[in-house]
Design a protein around this ligand. Structure first.
Ligand SMILES: [Zn+2]
Ligand SMILES: [Zn+2]
Ligand SMILES: [Zn+2]
Length: 270
């Protein structure tokens, strides 16, 4: 299985859209892994996770062939993860030929936004606990705890390999963690976790995202539950500039905990 993180920022990007904070200025000066577009990922070049607003820029910078896409899965209806306009460009009028209808899976409240493009899509509404097969992968739907109340995240499996892609959820997602404990028979190969807050503490009673402290606790929980083991690669992802720590510093901070820091274009081959 080939996993590629396309974008690794929270909603506002990093450097953020309207920001002149020190972290954004430094990221712009240093470039490279410090430049983070909005979050999305692609598995085996055929399964796209989320229609993030920067997908076109990612196609250019990473040399993606989006014509290979066979399926799309969407986590939730926040604008940094769902840009329906991309489906506009499936229309035959742009190419002089019809493109195949593409299956798209997600919670019911993404479907309203996609309705204008329904003839170009095969729309599948998913609920927590559902399992389904795409062209090449087996997918399990897990319930996120997030400000978008129907948010989901996904366990993706193929030929004995597994990838848990988990963002826009708080640490308090016990229902999902329990489902994973029941269903996962072999420890997961790669786990990508929401880390919007980076080194910052979460606001009191906040359940929508995580930071380093929660990622460390989550890794411990996964190990304890037997969902992960010593071979599992743990990756923090989905960063806000408000964390202020640049890529290299985040890597140093998380290294002792055995957690990697995602960057745009990062690939894991498992
Ligand atoms: Zn997000
Ligand atoms: Zn900033
Ligand atoms: Zn969100």
């Amino acid at each position: 299985m080939k996993i590629q993180w396309l974008g690794t920022a929270a909603a506002e990007g990093w450097p953020a859209v309207f920001c002149t904070c020190e972290a954004c200025i430094k990221a712009a000066q240093l470039g490279g892994k410090n430049i983070r577009t909005r979050a999305g990922a692609i598995v085996d070049d055929v399964l796209l996770i989320d229609l993030n607003p920067d997908l076109y820029a990612q196609k250019l910078s990473l040399g993606l062939d989006l014509c290979l896409l066979k399926d799309i899965i969407v986590t939730h209806n926040h604008g940094d993860h769902l840009t329906p306009l991309y489906i506009e460009f499936r229309k035959a009028v742009y190419y002089g030929k019809a493109l195949p209808v593409i299956p798209i899976y997600g919670p019911y409240d993404i479907m309203d936004d996609l309705m204008p493009y329904k003839e170009y899509l095969e729309m599948h509404t998913v609920e927590a606990g559902d399992e389904f097969d795409t062209a090449m992968h087996h997918v399990t739907v897990l319930p996120a705890v997030h400000s978008a109340k129907n948010g989901k995240f996904y366990l993706i499996e193929r030929e004995g390999k597994s990838f848990l892609y988990m963002h826009d959820t708080g640490f308090q997602c016990d229902e999902a963690l329990e489902m994973l404990k029941q269903r996962v028979r072999h420890p997961i190969d790669v786990i990508s976790m929401d880390c919007t807050y980076g080194p910052n503490p979460l606001p009191p009673n906040y359940t929508s995202h995580m930071g380093f402290a929660e990622n460390i606790k989550l890794k411990e929980r996964f190990m304890r539950d037997g969902v992960a083991d010593g071979h599992t690669r743990f990756v923090s992802n989905h960063f806000s500039h408000n964390g202020h720590m640049l890529h290299e510093d985040m890597c140093k901070y998380m290294e002792p905990y055995g957690i990697e820091i995602a960057y745009d274009g990062m690939i894991a081959e498992i």
